[in-house]
Design a protein around this ligand. Structure first.
Ligand code: ZN
Length: 195
């Protein structure tokens, strides 16, 4: 849930997204910030050039399962292992020497079996401390209101050492929110890719 130090870590899940991920990468590059990308295997397989760009630009890679099954952790150990392996294979098909040190369960639905399978493959399981629910548009009247809520939630709840969860898949408002948030966060915290 935390970085282990005072640094704050931005994590972006569910990509790569052919439209939104390049926009997020452009923003991070422009702001000089490194982050962690939790990749869905089938999206990595579909967009290897984006996996390459994420790695080349110094961001950290995280396994977020093959197809974002929210019940992955309840499957048989062999099925869990195969899912994580297939995802890492897709990432390494794009970046052969990729270091994949982290795993995040879809929906944060960790089970002991999932954590153990990840550890067997050299991956530390990561959760988050702060979830601004950038995926949850239901209560908002407009994109602007959604973006403002995400910005407000992060500003209100972030603290030293927080791992922040957001999404680079299908969430253009998230990028708009981080255009505001990154300069604000940078002036208060060191933003790091998970080591
Ligand atoms: Zn996810």
């Amino acid at each position: 849930m935390r970085t282990g130090g005072d640094e704050v870590a931005l994590t972006f899940d569910d990509g790569p997204d052919p439209v939104q991920t390049p926009r997020m990468l452009d923003l991070l590059k422009q702001q000089g910030v490194k982050a962690t990308f939790c990749l869905v295997g089938q999206n990595a397989a579909a967009h290897p050039e984006l996996v390459q760009r994420i790695a080349a630009e110094g961001h950290t890679l995280c396994n977020h399962s093959w197809n974002h099954s929210l019940t992955l952790g309840r499957q048989k150990p062999a099925a869990i292992r195969a899912d994580l392996e297939k995802t890492n294979d897709a990432i390494r098909a794009a970046v052969p020497d990729a270091e994949i040190k982290y795993m995040r369960a879809p929906g944060g639905n960790f089970t002991p079996a999932l954590v153990e399978a990840a550890a067997e493959q050299g991956m530390t399981s990561i959760y988050w401390q702060l979830d601004p629910r950038d995926w949850d548009h239901s209560t908002d009247a407009s994109d602007g209101a959604h973006e403002a809520r995400v910005v407000k939630t992060v500003k209100k709840h972030v603290g030293k050492g927080a791992i922040i969860l957001s999404h680079d898949y299908g969430q253009p408002d998230t990028i708009a929110a981080y255009k505001t948030l990154i300069p604000w966060l940078k002036s208060r915290y060191d933003l790091i890719a998970l080591p």
